[in-house]
Design a protein around this ligand. Structure first.
Ligand code: AMP
Ligand code: MG
Length: 332
C-alpha cells in the first residue's frame, strides 16, 4: 500500500508518503514546513494559518518527489490529536478534502503513538520498545502492555522542548532554542545545582526553568547554565525510562521527538541501555521531529489491521491520550 500522512498538531505541517515493504516502512518522501513566530511562543491561530497557506503545495510537491501519481495513493491518514485545535482542524480538513477528491479511505491517528510505531517500522530489530518521547509540548515514557500503549511516566507541567525553548527566549536565543542550548552546553564546565523533580514516575521542569532563570539573572555563565540544565533534565528522563524498562521487563529503548536530536540525551540513554544489556534505537532526525511519514505509517498499520473510519469519525481531539487507543493491529 502507498499511504499519504498529514501531520499538523503544532508548529509544523508535514506531508509524508510511505510504502510498506516486507512489514517495514519505506519512506518515499517526508516534507516539513515549520512556523516560526517572530516573537513569543506559538500562537495556535497563526500556526494554523501558516499550515493552511502551505498545505496544498506541500501535498503536490510530495507526490512529485515520491514519483507516484495521486491515483497510486491507497490511503490518507492524518494526526487526529493531541495538539492545538486550530492546527489539528486545518490538517484534518485537508485530509478529508484529499480523501474525498481522490476517493480513497481516511484514517485519523494518535500523534504520540505514531512516534513509537515509526521506530518499529524502520528498525527490523525494534519490536517492543519503551519509547522516550521528548518533544516541544509532549514528554512521555510509553510502552505496550495489555492491548494499549501505556504512559508509564510523563511531564506534570511543560514538555522538555518547551522548557528549553522558554529558557532560550528568556536569554535571547532564537527559536527553537534546543540546538543552541546543546551547543552552549558543550563549553559548560561547572555544574550548577538545579531541582531534580521526579514524582512517582512523573517529571516536572518548571522549577528547574525558574532556577535556571535565576542563575542567569545572577550572571552565572550561560554555558554553565545550559550544561547544568541538560545534565539535570536528561538524567531525570533517563531515570524514568530505565524504571519503565525494569517494570515492564522490556529490553529495547527507542527515542522520539525533536529533543532526541540532542547528542547528550542520546548518549545518556544509550549508556543506560548498554548497562542493562538492552538495545538502543534512535531514528534519523526527520523521523524524530513531527513529520508526515510517521502519520502515514501508523495509518497504514491501522488500516491493514482492519480499522476503518468514515468522515464523521475524523473529528479531532485536542486531548487525545496515548492510552485511549485500542492497539488492535499489534499481537503482542
Ligand atoms: P517536536 O515538537 O518533536 O517537533 O520537536 C521540537 C523541539 O525539539 C523544540 O522544542 C526544539 O527546541 C527541540 N530540539 C530540536 N533539536 C534539539 C537539540 N539538538 N537539543 C535539544 N532540543 C532540541
Ligand atoms: Mg511530536
Amino acid at each position: 500500500m502507498i499511504c499519504i500522512g498529514i501531520e499538523g498538531t503544532a508548529h509544523s505541517i508535514g506531508i509524508g508518503i510511505i510504502k510498506d515493504e516486507s512489514s517495514l516502512c519505506k519512506v518515499l518522501s517526508n516534507n516539513i514546513k515549520t512556523y516560526k513566530p517572530e516573537k513569543g511562543g506559538i500562537h495556535p491561530r497563526e500556526a494554523a494559518n501558516h499550515h493552511a497557506k502551505y498545505i496544498a503545495d506541500l501535498i503536490k510537491e510530495s507526490v512529485v518527489k515520491s514519483e507516484v501519481d495521486f491515483s497510486d495513493i491507497d490511503l490518507v491518514s492524518f494526526s487526529q490529536g493531541p495538539g492545538l485545535g486550530p492546527c489539528l482542524r486545518t490538517a484534518a480538513t485537508a485530509a478529508r478534502a484529499l480523501s474525498l477528491s481522490i476517493d480513497k479511505p481516511i484514517i485519523g491517528v494518535n500523534h504520540c503513538v505514531a512516534h513509537l510505531e515509526i521506530g518499529r517500522g524502520i528498525f527490523k530489530d525494534c519490536k517492543d520498545p519503551v519509547l522516550l518521547y521528548t518533544s516541544g509540548a509532549n514528554t512521555q515514557v510509553i510502552g505496550f502492555a495489555e492491548g494499549k500503549y501505556r504512559v508509564f511516566g510523563e511531564t506534570l507541567d511543560i514538555g522538555i522542548g518547551n522548557c528549553l525553548d522558554k529558557f532560550g527566549r528568556i536569554v535571547g536565543l532564537d527559536f527553537p532554542s534546543g540546538p543552541k542550548i546543546e551547543n552552549l552546553a558543550k563549553n559548560g564546565r561547572k555544574y550548577l545545582d538545579l531541582p531534580y523533580t521526579i514524582k512517582g514516575m512523573d517529571i516536572a521542569f518548571s522549577g528547574l526553568l525558574t532556577a535556571s532563570q535565576q542563575y542567569y539573572n545572577k550572571k552565572e555563565s550561560l554555558e554553565d547554565i545550559c550544561f547544568s540544565m541538560q545534565e539535570t533534565c536528561f538524567a531525570a528522563l533517563t531515570e524514568v525510562t530505565e524504571r519503565a524498562m525494569a517494570h515492564t521487563e522490556k529490553d529495547e529503548v527507542l527515542l522520539g521527538g525533536g529533543v532526541a536530536s540532542n547528542k547528550r540525551l542520546c548518549d545518556m540513554v544509550k549508556t543506560m541501555a548498554e548497562d542493562r544489556g538492552a538495545s538502543f534505537f534512535v531514528p534519523p532526525k526527520d523521523l524524530c521531529i513531527d513529520n508526515g511519514a510517521m502519520i502515514a505509517w501508523l495509518g497504514f498499520l491501522m488500516y491493514d489491521g482492519g480499522i476503518r473510519m468514515s468522515i464523521k469519525d475524523t473529528i479531532i481531539d485536542q486531548r487525545f491520550r496515548t492510552d485511549m487507543v485500542d492497539v488492535s493491529w499489534r499481537d503482542k
